[in-house]
Design a protein around this ligand. Structure first.
Ligand code: IVH
Length: 695
């Protein structure tokens, strides 16, 4: 944008000096708007490099005019000073806690509604009470104080009366606005939860583990630890996020009459507000919400330990008031805990796809996070030693979402006089090959490669999984039989399986054999990222596979890329680049790719992003919205195809939408498209668009 040069140079294009104060204010406003789009809406409209340029222009301006630095300047998100300790902050309005309904069954919601109705003096003849239903996030409660629209203080809850001043650290959280959009009320305090997503937590811990550093127990502890970090530079490196869920003190702000209205207003001011919320009419709808969220819980990207119901009308809230430190108008309705205590009955060693040996605790069965867990990972020898886990110990087990259950730590207590320490075997427990550990690595590995049945099996399961080739029915038991029986030794051999060969296997009726063959056939039409991810190249996860596919556009270009070329891909560092190069330097790996292609596995390819003028991709600059179920493409596949073609997929229909792709049972998005006169395509129409304009 020309503007930034103009501000940076403190002169406009005609060489006229501009007022630095005005220039700084305009840059701040522009940067804050882009930060909101990037962090909260997840829909940036300028490239990162452009943001950096604007940012540097503002930095330069503030450097020469330090008096222009304001607390809402985006340059103030990262501060370097290490604090000696946190200052206490007395909350203007106490931060209350919330009554917990420990009954995890539906009756928990009924009991709350019953109490509210009684307190309000309602009879059965009266209509249902409206409740705002939302998630109970498992993080750290924070009070954000805005004066005249600018963030002036952030404090932890503390004892509810007095918390700690953590403003420095909170400023580093990109999702938290430094200036409110469209609100300059003298005082507005916003309350909410600072949390860490599970995937961010897993990668943080994986990094710690690879470095041999101490890992964090769960996302909540990692988030709380980061917020209470005395060095804001460290806090800034922790991937923290925020959801707003309520108010503290307000002065001069016209508070909406309902809680749902408050959340809408906060969202409009630029706060992230969780989309999983609703207004429930009476107890039955509370029960439905509790059940619906319970079913979705594992798929959410962050931990929740329950849902929260709040009487929606604020006048009724005031009428209900408080008992001790808890409001009568709100309750938390729990789900089964994600951490439990149980006993270690043994420690086994499992061999993974890349040959990694993982110590796994065999547990006395325990119900955690909604399922019964009998095994939990101990990650590696060093982590096991640090946690000092031995057979017979009582341990805390954590299972959250799709994440593999893990032993978090040992509960201190007496131990029998002699329990032998755990040792890694020197030979692979599956194939007997030598176990090695490379210098500087924490993991022990089986050196057997695809000679090792465990590695073969895991490689097949990895290839077949939903996020890779999505071969339905090719699960653990079947793969076991295929490998043990010697029917499949390499990935391409999968596609040689016929009904006759499958049907002779244990528990395989003709019909299910036919289903597996059909699933194999269907999997042949895939996308480049799925195929690449499915190959199981070390360090190439789903995201890296997508980035590689987008950058190079074709399998051959990826296989032939030099390390230097690989390093040009977003987020690919030396370790990943080397791993990809090493993989394709093995002739047998290239052969696997060729044989799979020969077996009929195909995917669309495109020009390399580096060469393609961005505008020449068929869908560049176009925004599409998907709705309903398409006949053959899953939503993920459709999205991947659109993105590979340079398009963007948005979540809702607006005037900026170029096309809506609708399948069966399309809902309100289709109505909206028709209302706005936006072209609606079916799957064939999308395919035509992808191929038609290509080239
Ligand atoms: S409202 C008066 N809403 O739960 C009600 N709290 O005991 C005050 N929490 O640590 C809290 N999600 O941080 C509210 N959607 C939500 C919440 C929530 C999580 C936490 C909160 C505090 C505890 C309240």
């Amino acid at each position: 944008m020309a503007q930034s040069d103009l501000f940076g140079a403190e002169a406009d294009s005609a060489g006229q000096p501009v007022d630095p104060a005005q220039a700084a204010a305009a840059l701040r406003a522009e940067l804050n708007e882009h930060a909101h789009r990037y962090y909260v809406l997840d829909a940036p409209i300028i490239p990162d490099a452009e943001y950096d340029r604007l940012f540097q222009a503002l930095q330069a301006l503030e450097h020469s005019h330090p008096e222009l630095i304001t607390p809402d300047s985006p340059t103030q998100r990262v501060l370097g000073k290490v604090l000696p300790g946190f200052e206490p902050v007395r909350h203007a309005a106490p931060m209350l806690s919330i009554r917990t309904e420990t009954d995890t069954e539906a009756s928990g919601a009924l009991a709350f509604d019953g109490r509210v109705r009684r307190e309000l003096g309602l009879t059965e003849a009266d209509p249902p009470v409206d409740y705002a239903a939302e998630l109970k996030f498992d993080g750290l409660a924070i009070n954000l104080r805005y004066e005249a629209g600018v963030l002036v203080r952030a404090a932890t809850r503390g004892d509810g009366e007095v918390g700690e001043d953590v403003t420095q650290n909170i400023r580093t959280i990109g999702q938290i606005p430094l200036r409110l959009k469209g609100c300059d009320a003298p005082v507005l305090e916003v309350r909410g939860e600072v949390y860490m997503r599970r995937d961010d937590f897993e990668s943080l811990n994986e990094r710690q583990r690879q470095r041999g550093d101490k890992t964090f127990v769960n996302p909540r502890n990692a988030a709380a630890g980061a917020v209470r970090q005395l060095d804001p530079a460290i806090a800034a490196q922790r991937p923290l996020r925020f959801f707003a869920y309520g108010l503290g003190e307000t002065q001069g702000w016209d508070v909406p009459p309902t809680h749902a209205g408050v959340l809408d207003a906060l969202s409009a001011m630029g706060f992230p507000v969780c989309q999983h919320r609703t207004v429930a009419h009476g107890a039955t709808e509370l029960v439905a919400f509790h059940e619906r969220i319970g079913a979705q819980r594992d798929g959410l990207p962050y931990d929740i330990d329950g849902v929260v119901y709040k009487v929606n009308r604020r006048d009724l809230q005031a009428q209900l008031g408080f008992v001790t430190r808890e409001p009568r108008w709100a309750v938390a309705h729990k789900y089964p805990a994600q951490e439990q205590v149980t006993q270690v009955e043994g420690i086994d060693v499992q061999v993974g796809r890349t040959g990694k040996l993982t110590p796994v605790a065999r547990l006395k069965p325990v119900f955690v996070g909604g399922v019964t867990v009998t095994n939990a990972t101990l990650h590696n020898l060093f982590e096991l030693r640090r946690k000092q886990v031995r057979v017979g110990d009582t341990v805390i087990v954590r299972r959250a979402g799709d994440v593999i259950p893990e032993v978090v730590g040992r509960v201190p207590g007496p131990r029998p006089a002699y329990v032998p320490n755990f040792h890694m075997p020197s030979g692979c427990p599956v194939c007997g090959s030598t176990v090695v550990r490379e210098r500087g690595e924490v993991d022990h590995r089986c050196s057997g490669g695809l000679f090792c049945a465990a590695q073969r099996k895991q490689a097949l399961l990895h290839f077949a999984q939903r996020r890779a080739m999505d071969i339905e029915g090719l699960g653990d038991k079947l793969v076991d039989q295929l490998v043990q029986g010697g029917l499949v030794r390499t990935l391409p051999e999968l596609y040689k399986l016929g009904v006759a060969r499958l049907a002779v296997l244990d528990r395989m009726a003709d019909k299910s054999a036919a289903n597996v063959v059909a699933a194999l056939e269907k999997s042949k039409t895939t996308t480049l990222p799925r195929f690449l991810f499915g190959l199981g190249i070390r360090h190439v996860g789903e995201t890296t596979a997508k980035d590689l596919a987008r950058h190079f556009g074709s399998m051959d270009r990826i296989m032939d890329a030099t390390e230097a070329q690989l390093l040009e891909v977003k987020d690919v560092g030396p370790v990943v680049a080397q791993s990809i190069r090493t993989f394709f330097d093995q002739p047998h790996n290239r052969e696997v790719v060729e044989q799979l292609r020969a077996a009929g596995v195909t995917w669309p390819e495109h020009e390399p992003a580096a060469l393609a003028d961005a505008a020449s991709l068929p869908l560049s600059g176009k925004t599409l919205v998907l709705t309903g179920t398409l006949p053959t493409l899953s939503r993920e596949d459709a999205k991947a195809l659109i993105e590979a073609a340079g398009g963007k997929v948005a979540g809702s229909v607006s005037r900026k939408t170029h096309y809506v792709v609708a399948g069966s049972e399309a809902g309100s998005k289709l109505d909206k498209a028709q209302e706005l006169g936006i072209p609606v395509l079916d799957e064939a129409g999308l395919q035509a668009l992808l191929s038609h304009t290509a080239g």
